[in-house]
Design a protein around this ligand. Structure first.
Ligand code: C2E
Ligand code: MG
Ligand code: MG
Ligand code: MG
Length: 243
């Protein structure tokens, strides 16, 4: 797989798809998350869960990450929505990605304010002061930081403050868990986030009932198959034009 990844970008096998996020109060598309897709000529479609860990290990994530950011900024140039890009901890271990992004955004500060970097596995990240300093530089030019997959992995609410996050993404696993414990965790997360001025996005919404639940609990935005699946850029453009 690593050998395949080495040439995947050059061969045009990697693309950025986009999944809309809606404002739960207006029902309008206000943002989209960029999600990486790999379509190998022989093996067909390979899921991000399978190839992202390999790309992190062999270093191709650096090139893929820049490609995804370029794609996201192009979508922003052609629309008024916010766009989020997933960033691996591996991309933050040296200053390469963040300094490239800072330069790439350049003077387009207005656009920077519509870009959010989604970060998972935060515990290892917040342990590194250098990483926090790198992210803070981007925060100062307006780039947002989201804590991804809250409720599923190691993300904790203390990371909101330490990373100066602007968004908290509740994982689908938490959203669909109707136990009292999960509901209490979610209510507290929304509270803590809103107290800190942080937006809350509910992931993996598939049913009207789930949408009603996260809306009544105060989530600001929702993302999931109920609204739309991830789609190629051209299709997103059509959806945005036709709304
Ligand atoms: P994530 O960032 O948490 O992205 C959300 C995942 O949930 C996506 O899976 C999306 O297709 C899926 N999803 C969205 N709505 C629903 C729903 O209603 N129900 C269900 N069951 N699933 C839903 P995807 O695209 O397979 O990506 C998986 C993970 O791979 C992402 O999770 C992210 O951690 C990682 N990933 C994807 N693209 C990139 C990338 O460009 N860079 C990095 N570093 N990681 C990426
Ligand atoms: Mg994400
Ligand atoms: Mg994730
Ligand atoms: Mg997530």
């Amino acid at each position: 797989m690593s050998r395949g990844l080495e040439h995947a970008l050059d061969r045009g096998e990697i693309s950025a798809w986009f999944q809309p996020q809606i404002d739960v109060l207006t029902g309008r598309i206000v943002a989209a998350e960029a999600l990486c897709r790999w379509n190998h000529s022989d093996w067909g479609a390979i899921a991000p869960q399978d190839f992202i860990p390999v790309a992190e290990e062999d270093g191709t994530i650096a090139e893929i990450g820049r490609f995804m950011a370029v794609q996201a900024l192009e979508v922003m140039a052609g629309s008024s929505i916010d766009v989020s890009v997933n960033v691996s901890p591996a991309q933050l271990h040296d200053s390469g990605f963040t300094s490239w992004l800072e330069q790439f955004i350049g003077r387009a500060r207005r656009r920077a304010r519509r870009l959010t970097l989604e970060i998972t596995e935060g515990r290892h990240i917040v342990d590194a002061p250098a990483v926090i300093a790198r992210l803070d530089r981007l925060r100062r030019i307006g780039v947002g930081i989201a804590i991804d997959d809250f409720g599923a992995g190691e993300a904790s609410l203390t990371q909101l403050k330490r990373l100066h996050a602007t968004e908290l993404k509740l994982d689908r696993a938490l959203v669909i868990d109707d136990s009292r414990a999960a509901t209490a965790v979610m209510a507290q997360a929304v509270d803590v986030a809103h107290d800190a001025g942080v937006r809350v996005v509910a992931e993996g919404i598939e049913t009207v009932e789930q949408l009603e639940k996260v809306t009544s609990m105060g989530c600001d935005r929702a993302q999931g198959y109920l609204f739309a699946r991830p789609m190629p850029r051209a299709q997103l453009a059509r959806v945005l034009r036709s709304r």
